[in-house]
Design a protein around this ligand. Structure first.
Ligand SMILES: CC[C@@H](C(=O)O)C(=O)SCCNC(=O)CCNC(=O)[C@H](O)C(C)(C)COP(=O)(O)OP(=O)(O)OC[C@H]1O[C@@H](n2cnc3c(N)ncnc32)[C@H](O)[C@@H]1OP(=O)(O)O
Ligand SMILES: [Co+2]
Length: 140
């Protein structure tokens, strides 16, 4: 198993609209989706389009959100995770485990914001970086 493209960089923020506006005015990154709630994932999400990838802006939905605790430690927000594409999510999950990594939660892939299955690998396995693996969407 080998990771493919960088799909997105997840960025936690206490105010998604302010962060969206900042990327537009400061960096000229003015192509962004409408903000959408994903209650079952505990996040509000907006994607800022780049030439070769996306920024995934994340605001917590409630105190049980995985992003809530992150913002308690980093109140102004910051880089939260990176997401790489893989060919097959089950093969990726089993390979990560066989290589000694901790797949978060039950390890059962779930449908993320792009409508394809994802898993997360604990940051302790990747020098402090939380890694999301996403089954490759049909964009090629
Ligand atoms: C929009 C949907 C989807 C998509 O389609 O793209 C998403 O991206 S959703 C994004 C939000 N979802 C997730 O993050 C799910 C996976 N995350 C988790 O399971 C947890 O957040 C966590 C990573 C296991 C952290 O658990 P938590 O209880 O919040 O924190 P702890 O205090 O126990 O932290 C343990 C340890 O990990 C460090 N940590 C926590 N978060 C991060 C992070 N984002 N990046 C790097 N390191 C992180 C934390 O500092 C602790 O370190 P130590 O103190 O050294 O133990
Ligand atoms: Co993500």
């Amino acid at each position: 198993m080998k990771i493919g493209r960088l799909n997105h960089v997840g960025i936690a923020t206490p105010d998604i609209e302010a962060t969206k506006a900042m990327y537009a005015t400061l960096y000229g990154a003015d192509r962004a989706t409408e903000t959408k709630d994903f209650p079952h994932l505990g996040v509000r999400v907006c994607f800022v389009s780049l030439e070769n990838s996306e920024l995934e802006l994340l605001e917590p939905l409630g105190e049980a959100s995985p992003v809530h605790k992150f913002l308690e430690r980093n109140p102004k927000g910051g880089q939260h995770h990176v997401c790489f594409e893989v060919d097959d999510i089950i093969t990726a999950r089993d390979t990560m485990r066989a290589r000694g990594a901790t797949v978060l939660g039950t390890g059962e892939p779930y449908i993320g914001a792009h409508g394809v299955p994802v898993i997360f690998v604990h940051p302790k396995n990747s020098d402090g970086v939380l890694v999301e693996l996403m089954q490759k969407p049909d964009h090629d």
